[in-house]
Design a protein around this ligand. Sequence first.
Ligand code: NAP
Length: 310
Amino acid sequence: MATAIRLAIVGLGKIARDQHIPAIAGTEGIELAAIASRNASIDGIAHFATLDELLAAAPGIDAVALCTPPQVRHAQAAAALKAGKHVLLEKPPGATVSELPPLIAAARQTGRTLFATWHSRFASAVEPARTFLASREIKSVAVEWKEDVRVWHPGQAWIWEPGGLGVFDPGINALSILTRILPRPFFLTQAELSFPRNRAAPIAADLAFSDDTGLPIRAEFDWRQTGPQTWDIRVETDTGRLTLSSGGSRLEHDDRNLIDEKQAEYRGIYRRFVELIANGVSDVDLSPLVHVADAFMLGRRRDVEPFIED
Ligand code: NAP
């Protein structure tokens, strides 16, 4: 058997602890060999304060998973590729669209894998929904992605800063599913972004998209939802309504339940990373990030009440 890929996690925050560490432990062909974190370590795993220190010490690391905020990801990815490491990027892949092509070029030049992950695409209902829609006439699409920011992003100052994306941090997950399941490319036609007066990123967004056939697509993202949380996509077709709910883990056709299965999305991500490295290829789809950039470009800004965390 080939030796396992020796991976380092950079940024030991919520997603690294909740998802990456268990997924790596459960995936054949890859193992956690080091951590770069300014504030935390794990017993028995080599620790470095920063990625630069890790790269300088070169402890036989093959790949890095960047679990840091998007604003610092480009510099880290560039340094890791330059040092000959394969790179896995958490979503969103960067703080701007234009910082990605140089990374794609660097990966090609160094013969390393660059993987821009979209974890929601690994939810169990996404591929079946794509297959279902491929042969249907689609009449309209409605997305509702509404959650409580205080529950899901406590204390995450970076998310409210420029490049942190605000409500598009979860909203881009819906866009990563839509860009996968709809058979044709679509584009933004109108947007209204609600910014708390004391914050640099939106707390809500109301978006309209269309495609070359005039398909109406609406998306509502909102971080002010308390009580039950909503991560739903409804698609009206010539043969009834397809509903993806719970972030892509449930699928219903009209009232018939087709799938209801919480799939380990990050296991899927790491299986794919191992496969990409074995095949010597990269996987970087920027389409969800392009839609978010369009929303910031075309969106009308609306000031709303300040957001105070406590
Ligand atoms: P987080 O809890 O704030 O963790 C991010 C980690 O990055 C921090 O713990 C810190 O690690 C490091 N970091 C923060 N600021 C930094 C800086 N200026 N320079 C270098 N390192 C810095 O955030 P998270 O929720 O894990 O999110 C990280 C990424 O994963 C985001 O892009 C997010 O969209 C994505 N993601 C999050 C979730 C989720 O449910 N939370 C789900 C899917 C994807 P150290 O203190 O260890 O250095």
